[in-house]
Design a protein around this ligand. Structure first.
Ligand SMILES: Cc1cc2nc3c(=O)[nH]c(=O)nc-3n(C[C@H](O)[C@H](O)[C@H](O)COP(=O)(O)O)c2cc1C
Length: 234
């Protein structure tokens, strides 16, 4: 199994440690883990040039930072994204990465392999906001076609991992263990649900006669998705 972890922060606080616990519950001797820390390993802000969408992802001025991450995501069966809750949002640096991946949305050029992956999104907060943050993070993965996305939320009542109470750490470890068990059981066997299939059907219709984005249209035609082929049937 290969896992790609994108940390929406560089420091090793509560969010990092919870993702770390989850990672350790998931891996075995054969697991390959790719880890990225943002903003250090990520792109600068999206400049809004539309290059990725209308000309191709290699035309992004930040392609050198973005494409290695996309490659690591493509290889992995499990994707983990984590972010502390900042003012009821994910961190700006994680959102910046997601902006660069808009071309992977179902409305443009989703990658076939996404439709068989499992995603896990993790957020911590002192007291409130992880619901909206994990929902927002999960939305990004769903729009890439990721088949199943688990959400892990933890109110730590603290500003640092050292100050998190033992009881909260224990409860979190139980939550991550439950998710890790399900992921291990389902890895390689997940297929997208009705919502993704429905959105795919709408996008398929749209791209059949798409007149506003030639490369998106060609992509859908090349993959035969406008005909009978479906990315989750591999
Ligand atoms: C800029 C900033 C904004 C924050 N906003 C919230 C918030 O909206 N809700 C909340 O409960 N905690 C908020 N917090 C607290 C953190 O979300 C919380 O301490 C989190 O566990 C920190 O994770 P970390 O240790 O990985 O950095 C905020 C902290 C910072 C630095």
């Amino acid at each position: 199994m290969e896992i790609t972890i994108i940390h929406g922060q560089q420091h090793r606080g509560s969010t990092y440690h919870i993702a770390e616990v989850l990672k350790n519950q998931l891996v075995d001797a054969d697991t390959v883990v790719n880890e990225y820390f943002l903003p250090k390993d990520g792109p600068d802000f999206c400049v809004g040039c539309f290059g990725c969408i209308t000309k191709g992802e290699v035309h992004c001025p930040h392609a050198n930072q973005v494409q290695p991450i996309v490659a690591a995501m493509s290889r992995a069966q499990v994707l983990i994204f984590d972010s502390p809750t900042y003012c009821f949002e994910m961190t700006g640096q994680l959102k910046t990465l997601f902006d660069h991946l808009g071309y992977l949305w179902l409305s443009h050029r989703p990658r076939a392999e996404m439709f068989n992956k499992i995603g896990i999104v993790v957020s911590t907060a002192a007291g409130a906001g992880t619901g909206v943050v994990t929902k927002s993070m999960a939305r990004q993965l769903s729009w890439w076609g990721v088949a199943k996305v688990y959400r892990l939320r933890c109110n730590v009542s603290a500003m640092s991992w050292q100050d998190v109470a033992a009881g909260i750490k224990q409860k979190t470890e139980q939550q991550t263990a439950a998710v890790a068990r399900q992921v291990r059981d389902r890895v390689g066997r997940v297929r997208p649900g009705l919502k993704t299939r429905f959105l795919f059907a709408i996008m398929r219709k749209m791209h059949t006669n798409n007149t506003w984005n030639r490369i998106d249209k060609e992509y859908w035609h090349e993959k035969n998705w406008v005909a009978q082929a479906r990315p989750w049937r591999t």
